[in-house]
Ligand binder design. Structure first.
Ligand code: DX5
Ligand code: ZN
Length: 235
């Protein structure tokens, strides 16, 4: 099955005091997903949102809430995030080496889609055992396994940082190995960097400052989608 472009504005760059209308604005501009950065001040040196905010936002939108958990104890967040209405639950491989199997099963049991993220310093090989195992646990004949790998293209914690092109090797390697996997990139994506990410094989694109800082966010979103689609077609 061919992968499709998913453009996910990062709500970290939105006006948090108007989260519901910011979400609606992004969806009207063509966003597929809304990327929600959950940080608790331990895994990264920043504190953002948690389940109560997801729950409030869920009352205003049916959109896919692509939640990126930058926390040291993701297992503790599965239940509250599931209840709050999260759609995707992406945890970091660096903090889940010992319990990822339980974590994934719990995420699935709460009706969320599991994803795994890796920081710039983490080699891509670290997610292989997880992917293999995820496939053997969940793959149903004729169906694409539900999974996603998020390749961080900045050090996680803050929006507005510079894209790290050297991370594209990870994306390329992963795409070659897993042609139908959702591969998400996050950090510093915008009109000047999307070409590199899309040609490496990324299909889920998180963009915070480049979208929210644009005079016409819809143009940035459609340009991003175009770049992914063109590269997927030619691959
Ligand atoms: C960084 C977050 C990103 C961030 C991206 O820790 O995971 O989602 O919001 O922001 P930009 O697109 O501005 O780099
Ligand atoms: Zn993120």
């Amino acid at each position: 099955m061919a992968v499709t472009a998913k453009i996910a504005p990062s709500m970290l760059s939105s006006d948090f005091s108007n989260l519901a209308s910011e979400a609606e604005r992004m969806l009207n501009c063509g966003a597929d997903w809304l990327h929600m950065d959950v940080m608790n001040g331990h895994f990264v040196p920043n504190l953002t949102i948690g389940a109560p905010v997801i729950e409030s936002l869920r009352k205003h939108t049916k959109a896919y809430l692509d939640c990126h958990l930058m926390v040291t104890n993701p297992l503790d967040y599965v239940e509250p995030m599931g209840k709050a209405g999260a759609s995707g639950f992406t945890f970091h491989v660096e903090v889940s080496k010992d319990n990822w199997q339980e974590l994934v099963l719990r995420i699935k049991s709460k009706g969320m889609r599991p994803g795994v993220a890796l920081k710039p310093g983490t080699p891509i090989e670290e997610v292989y055992p997880l992917l293999r195992k995820l496939r053997s646990i969940f793959e149903v004949e004729g169906e694409n396994p539900v999974e996603m790998v998020l390749v961080l293209t900045v050090e996680p914690g803050f929006g507005g940082q510079k894209f790290m092109p050297e991370m594209m090797d990870k994306v390329r390697t992963l795409r070659k190995k897993y042609p139908s996997l959702d591969i998400e990139v996050d950090g510093g994506l915008g009109p000047s960097t999307i070409g590199a990410a899309a040609s490496a094989g990324a299909n889920c694109i998180v963009a915070g400052s480049s979208v929210f800082g644009a005079a016409e966010p819809a143009n940035v979103i459609s340009l991003t989608r175009k770049s992914v689609n063109e590269n997927r077609k030619s691959s």
